[in-house]
Structure formats: structure tokens, C-alpha cells
Design a protein around this ligand. Structure first.
Ligand SMILES: NC(=O)c1ccc[n+]([C@@H]2O[C@H](COP(=O)([O-])OP(=O)(O)OC[C@H]3O[C@@H](n4cnc5c(N)ncnc54)[C@H](OP(=O)(O)O)[C@@H]3O)[C@@H](O)[C@H]2O)c1
Length: 241
């Protein structure tokens, strides 16, 4: 059994509503499966419920190498989107390609706006799934296609930014954001159920895999934090007993 927790996951035992649990998907071990619930629920609800991603659309995943991003790249591809991702450095970019991104822009060495525009024949992305927040706002709006949706899920570059409303209006675009943690129990139950119905079969048939960078013993949790701060992690770090 795996669960979407309210928080407090650094524990040997947790209490969780049954509606926020799912069986371990077929083909995946119990420990590996721990990489899935939060990332899959975040990717699913933001791409499908909020972003209204449709087959054939272009999805830009800002941070395709992250715990959420590496799942979102795979999910976008499995849902029939054309996936463009950003990643820091050529090795991380190559791994995003292996996960299903057709185009990957190295944000450390390339001009992301120019590269994404070039990759989309100047049109931009129908959905941008963003972990940058305020610091990425202007570029993300520039990168939206007509009718595009910017879905902010992270604030790694701050909580405020300048929004060019004229650009937004001209594109008939939407800027929105969500957090999983603030949802009601009912909403979490619906997201978890949808993930069980739609995403778990993709895991079982191999279209989507948990991306685990390292397993670290729970009593060495600081090592896991140091790893995350090193910028080298691709996917998830798991704390194990
Ligand atoms: N809203 C929600 O419900 C929800 C749920 C879960 C997580 N989150 C948030 O989502 C964010 C990502 O979570 P995570 O677990 O995936 O974190 P993570 O594993 O640390 O990933 C962060 C990613 O950001 C990328 N990044 C850093 N600077 C970048 C830049 N300038 N351009 C493009 N990408 C850049 C990194 O890519 P490189 O290292 O390759 O540069 C890395 O892949 C966090 O802020 C977290 O709090 C939100």
C-alpha cells in the first residue's frame, strides 16, 4: 500500500485516510513505489484537471529532471502530448529525452525562450508546468501559445513576479497555480482515485516508471537533504528504514 500523506512522512508509522491510499502498482517494488504518490498526484491533477491537457498539444515541463518533473514528462508523453522539457546540463537533458521528452532545453547553457520558440515553430506551449514561480513568470507567459495555460506548482525563484497583462490578453492565456497540500480531503480522494484509475495502469504496463536517484536510510535523512541541495538529484530521493 502507498499513500498521499498530509505531511509528516519522516516516520516509521503514519495515519492516513483510506481514500488517500492506493495499492502498490503491478511491476514495481514497495520501496520504489514510494516515489510515485505525491509526484503522480501532482502531475496528474495539474496536467489533466487544471491544465486540461489534450492529445497532440505541446507541454513544456520546466524542471523535467525533478521529482515531479520526471513524472510529468512521462505522463505528458503517455497522454499523447508533445513534451518539451528544461533541464540543467547535457546529461540531465539526455535522461529527460529517455523519459519521453521530444525536445530538451539545457537551461544552463541555452536561451530557454528562444529554444522553445524554435522547437515549436514560434507557437509556444499549450501548457507550461512550472516549478520556478515568480522569477520564471515573464518568460513562461512569453512561451505560451494562443489559449495556453501556465500552471505554477513551485516557487523556486520566488513568490512574486511581473505579469504582462497585455501579453496575456493577446494570447487569451491563463495563469493559475495549485498546491496538493491545501486541498480538502474530498479533493485529495478524487485525485488519488483518478491516479489509481488512469496512472497506475501506465505504471503496470511500463509506460511510466518511478524515477529514483538514491535510497537513504531514514536515520541519515540529513544526507538526503544534502543530496537534494547538491543539485545532482534526478528524480526522487527515498528515505528507507
Ligand atoms: N503544488 C504542489 O502540489 C506541489 C507538489 C509537489 C512539489 N511541489 C513543488 O514543486 C517543485 C518541484 O518539486 P520536486 O520535488 O520536483 O523538486 P526537485 O526534485 O528538487 O526538482 C526541482 C527541479 O527544478 C529544476 N530547476 C532549477 N532551476 C531551474 C531553472 N532555472 N530552469 C528550469 N528548471 C530548473 C531542477 O532542474 P536541474 O537540476 O536539472 O537544473 C530540478 O529538476 C518544488 O518547489 C516543490 O515544492 C509542488
Amino acid at each position: 500500500m502507498v499513500a498521499l500523506l498530509e505531511g509528516g512522512g519522516y516516520a516509521d508509522q503514519v495515519v492516513v485516510r483510506e481514500t488517500q491510499t492506493l495499492p502498490v502498482p503491478d511491476g514495481v517494488g514497495l520501496v520504489e513505489a514510494a516515489a510515485l504518490p505525491e509526484a503522480a498526484c501532482t502531475a496528474w491533477t495539474n496536467l489533466v484537471d487544471t491544465g486540461r491537457l489534450r492529445r497532440g498539444e505541446t507541454l513544456l515541463v520546466q524542471g523535467g529532471s525533478g521529482g515531479v518533473g520526471s513524472l510529468a514528462v512521462q505522463l505528458g508523453a503517455a497522454l499523447g502530448a508533445r513534451v518539451v522539457a528544461t533541464a540543467g546540463g547535457p546529461e540531465r537533458a539526455a535522461r529527460c529525452r529517455e523519459l519521453g521528452a521530444g525536445v530538451v532545453v539545457d537551461h544552463r547553457s541555452e536561451d530557454v525562450v528562444a529554444a522553445v520558440r524554435q522547437a515549436t515553430d514560434g507557437r509556444g506551449a499549450d501548457i507550461v508546468l512550472d516549478v520556478l514561480g515568480g522569477g520564471g513568470l515573464q518568460d513562461n507567459v512569453r512561451l505560451l501559445a494562443p489559449g495556453g495555460r501556465l500552471v505554477v506548482i513551485g516557487l523556486q525563484q520566488g513568490r512574486t513576479g511581473e505579469l504582462d497583462l497585455a501579453r496575456l490578453m493577446a494570447k487569451r492565456a491563463t495563469v493559475t497555480g495549485t498546491t496538493l497540500r491545501s486541498r480538502t480531503a474530498q479533493e485529495k480522494a478524487e485525485i488519488v482515485a483518478a491516479v489509481g484509475r488512469h496512472v497506475w495502469p501506465m505504471v503496470a504496463d511500463g509506460r511510466l516508471r518511478p524515477v529514483v536517484h538514491a535510497r537513504v536510510p531514514l536515520d541519515e535523512a540529513q544526507t538526503a537533504h544534502d543530496l537534494l541541495e547538491s543539485g545532482e538529484v534526478f528524480g526522487k530521493v527515498l528515505l528507507v528504514p
